[in-house]
Design a protein around this ligand. Structure first.
Ligand code: HEC
Length: 124
């Protein structure tokens, strides 16, 4: 009886270590999910990257938890490779937002921020 209990505890212990192990091994969320983002080269792209991760990550960077809860949206990778996408439309969408789904960034991001963000999205 006593031995049985101990082995059960051990099993629980081992199982709870598994997710931690997966994350440690992934070397970052992006590579763990197989998302390859273009290399940041210009200052503009680097600032845009920071803006993106501050303002857009909630909805546009997927995590295992979000996928489990079914609340993952598009990661906007390769956005500008899509045939029907153009810069003007992306700017407008980000500034206006999408009613009930995506906030408007008209008052959050100024012209320079928008330029940086677009430079980043082009290589994302
Ligand atoms: C509260 C959630 C939320 C935030 C924050 C958010 N978005 Fe969105 N976004 C959405 C949803 C929902 C859609 C429409 C569904 C989809 O495309 O996944 C969308 C769609 C888009 C699209 C259109 C994608 C396409 O393929 O046509 C772009 C571009 C976009 N968002 C850019 C951004 C940028 C840039 C930011 C940060 C400045 C941002 N979003 C922040 C929720 C969000």
């Amino acid at each position: 009886m006593g031995v049985h209990h101990v082995s059960r505890l051990l099993l629980v212990g081992v199982l709870s270590l598994v997710p931690v192990g997966l994350f440690a091994q992934g070397g970052g969320m992006a590579s763990a999910l197989g998302v390859t983002v273009g290399k940041l080269q210009t200052e503009e792209q680097k600032r845009g990257d920071a803006i993106f991760h501050k303002n857009c990550h909630l909805c546009h960077i997927s995590t295992p938890q979000k996928r489990e809860l079914n609340i993952a949206f598009t990661e906007l990778v390769g956005l500008f490779q899509k045939p029907n996408i153009n810069e003007q439309a992306v700017r407008q969408l980000v500034q206006a937002g999408i009613p009930d789904r995506m906030p408007s960034f008209r008052y959050t991001l100024n012209e320079a921020d928008m330029n940086d963000l677009i430079a980043y999205l082009r290589i994302r």
